[in-house]
Design a protein around this ligand. Structure first.
Ligand code: SF4
Length: 349
């Protein structure tokens, strides 16, 4: 019997760099009794095969709403896609029939959620849940589906997979349950995985193990990976590029190491300062002042201005565009953009 893993290796995956997903000028709003909340306001990003994009932001920044829109799991109403395109391998998913969309979302794009316990069915064994994907989508027999479930459990390094295939989700630790979620996402050999805060509920050591596993599998299969997180510390070692979101907009994009070394937006700078560091033991941890805005009452101008230490009058009246960023000699920096009136001072100051 050809196994999932062998099939992958024999057939090969998409070439690294093949464009997979392109989100273009996406606008998503929520119609509430108190008004219209613009949760996603003109978002653009892309991810290619073998590439990891980290989408970073506090709650309410629009990062998860964008992901839910891509996956087609946004509640509509109250949600409404008012503008934009979501291109998967060049085809606009928003203009497709529901059936075509479902095919892509079930088999080509998979999602991993934060809380594995509430995402898994508590009254079905993990083997039955993993095997169900093969029975429904590939017409596998019960026996074949069980073997494939064991194979996937081994692939995500669940010890004694053959003995544990009949266990229920609550019999596994949090880290092991998240591995089962990863196995489910992998089962249909997707081109793209969207992981929404996949390690937030785990302790730091298990977090690192799960992130390493995700990164390893992603590289092995040349999948695209969109990693949604509020924690810059989690993505440093695994992401290729980062899009930082604030109040429904992308405020900075950059290759990951450049962003860490030298951010071009005061919000990113603040997020970096708030990461605990071993060499600053005993010092008070920095926190960005204030809270993210209520999306029904976003401040005029730059939405970050009430929390920004360097805001000027211009910041309070004019929304900054996402500028191409350049070095001190004016040479454009590839992949680097910032939505700040003072990006030059922030980057070069
Ligand atoms: Fe701060 Fe102004 Fe830049 Fe906004 S545009 S981040 S308020 S300096």
């Amino acid at each position: 019997m050809t196994t999932v893993i062998e099939k992958n290796q024999k057939n090969g995956r998409l070439e690294v760099g093949t464009p997979l997903l392109e989100v273009k000028d996406l606008h998503v709003e929520f119609h509430t009794r108190d008004g219209v909340a613009k949760a996603v306001n003109g978002v653009n990003y892309s991810v290619a095969a073998g590439e990891t994009l980290a989408v970073l932001g506090e709650s309410g920044s629009g990062k998860s709403v964008t992901a839910q829109t891509i996956m087609g799991i946004l509640d509509m109403p109250p949600g409404k896609i008012s503008q934009g395109q979501i291109l998967f391998r060049g085809q606009d998913m928003l203009a497709m029939s529901e059936e075509d969309r479902r095919q892509i979302r079930g088999q080509k794009i998979a999602m991993i959620f934060q809380d594995a316990l509430s995402s898994l069915n508590p009254v079905m064994t993990v083997g039955a849940q993993l095997g169900e994907m093969f029975r429904v989508h590939r017409g596998s027999s019960k026996k074949e589906a069980r073997e494939k479930a064991i194979e996937l459990m081994e692939r995500v390094r669940i010890p004694a997979a053959r003995q544990r295939v009949g266990d229920y989700p609550h019999q596994f630790s949090g880290g092991m349950r998240q591995r089962i979620m990863i196995a489910m996402a992998l089962s249909m050999e997707p081109d793209l995985i969207i992981a929404d805060e996949p390690t937030t509920a785990l302790d730091v050591t298990v977090q690192a193990q799960v992130m390493d596993l995700l990164a390893e599998l992603q590289a092995e299969y040349n999948m695209g990976l969109i990693l949604i997180t509020h924690d810059l510390g989690v993505v440093a070692d695994v992401a290729d590029k980062i899009a930082v979101m604030y109040a429904g907009r992308i405020v900075e994009t950059a290759p990951v190491h450049e962003l860490y070394a030298n951010p071009a937006h005061p919000y990113t700078k603040g997020l970096l300062r708030s990461i605990p560091r071993l060499d600053q033991k005993g010092q008070e941890l920095y926190a960005i002042k204030g809270l993210p805005p209520n999306l029904l009452k976003v401040p005029a101008g730059c939405a970050f201005n009430p929390r920004c230490d360097v805001a000027t009058d211009l910041c309070r009246t004019e929304i900054p565009k996402l500028h191409q960023v350049s070095d001190k000699d004016g040479k454009e920096l590839t992949g680097r953009r910032s939505a700040c009136h003072l990006w030059k001072e922030t980057l070069h100051g």
